[in-house]
Design a protein around this ligand. Structure first.
Ligand SMILES: N[C@@H](CCC(=O)N[C@@H](CS)C(=O)NCC(=O)O)C(=O)O
Length: 217
């Protein structure tokens, strides 16, 4: 991103875990941006408006307008930010560790979050709480075992990586759906350590321009 370039615009919803991943990356890399809130519940869901569909045909947040292109898919956005702004790096140099970071990120991004996304829970109806708990719990059982082999202070050893950007928002979803976290001590420990970092604090759902007053920290 050149200094003369227009400020990026992030389409985000305060409580969206996928938006939070990108907000963390932007904060870590010190990229300032304008935020356009997309309320996923108001007016039947502002993601379904014609205006937003023109931004992201998938009708999901996040989307980022940057350097003359519009990107959706949080991990694709994070990879672009990594390419244009490599410091601090969010992928380790070592190929094995890089693969572990990608494995953990994919596990959350493809294997857990989509199963408990709003549009799926709407279809599930009355049993949505139980459904979300089961999806997250079975994903976390596997993740806990994986992290026992890969983790240091964070998901893969001691360097904050893309895996961590996916972990914290997913734990927040777990808390929201009242998942019992006691079987996952490694996930809980890493989440706590990450939440102490400034980039995770400023991007937190409780501190966004569209956070309702009653949920503000
Ligand atoms: N794979 C996409 C998923 C995006 C996604 O599921 N976004 C959710 C919020 S976290 C959403 O916009 N949901 C709207 C809906 O389900 O109607 C990504 O990583 O960005």
């Amino acid at each position: 991103m050149s200094s003369a370039a227009a400020k990026p615009i992030l389409y985000s919803y305060f409580r969206s875990s996928c938006s939070w991943r990108v907000r963390i990356a932007l904060a870590l890399k010190g990229i300032s941006y304008d935020l356009v809130p997309v309320n996923l519940l108001k007016d039947g869901g502002q993601q379904f408006s014609a205006e937003f569909k023109a931004v992201n045909p998938m009708q999901q947040v996040p989307a980022l307008k940057i350097d003359g292109i519009t990107l959706s898919q949080s991990l694709a956005i994070i990879h672009y930010l990594e390419d244009i702004c490599p410091n601090p790096r969010l992928l380790p140099q070592d190929p094995k560790k890089r693969a572990q970071v990608r494995m953990i990120a994919d596990h959350i991004v493809s294997g857990i979050q989509p199963l408990q996304n709003l549009s799926v829970l709407k279809q599930i109806g009355e049993k949505k709480m139980e459904w979300a708990q089961n999806c997250i719990a079975s994903g976390f059982q596997a993740l806990e075992q994986i992290l026992q082999h890969t983790a240091g202070r964070y998901c893969v050893e001691d360097e904050v990586s893309m895996a961590d950007l996916c972990l914290v928002p997913q734990v927040s979803n777990a808390e929201r759906y009242k998942v019992d976290m006691s079987p996952y001590p490694t996930i809980t420990r890493i989440n706590k350590a990450l939440l102490e970092l400034e980039a995770f604090k400023v991007s937190h759902p409780s501190r966004q321009p569209d956070t309702p007053a009653e949920l503000r920290a």
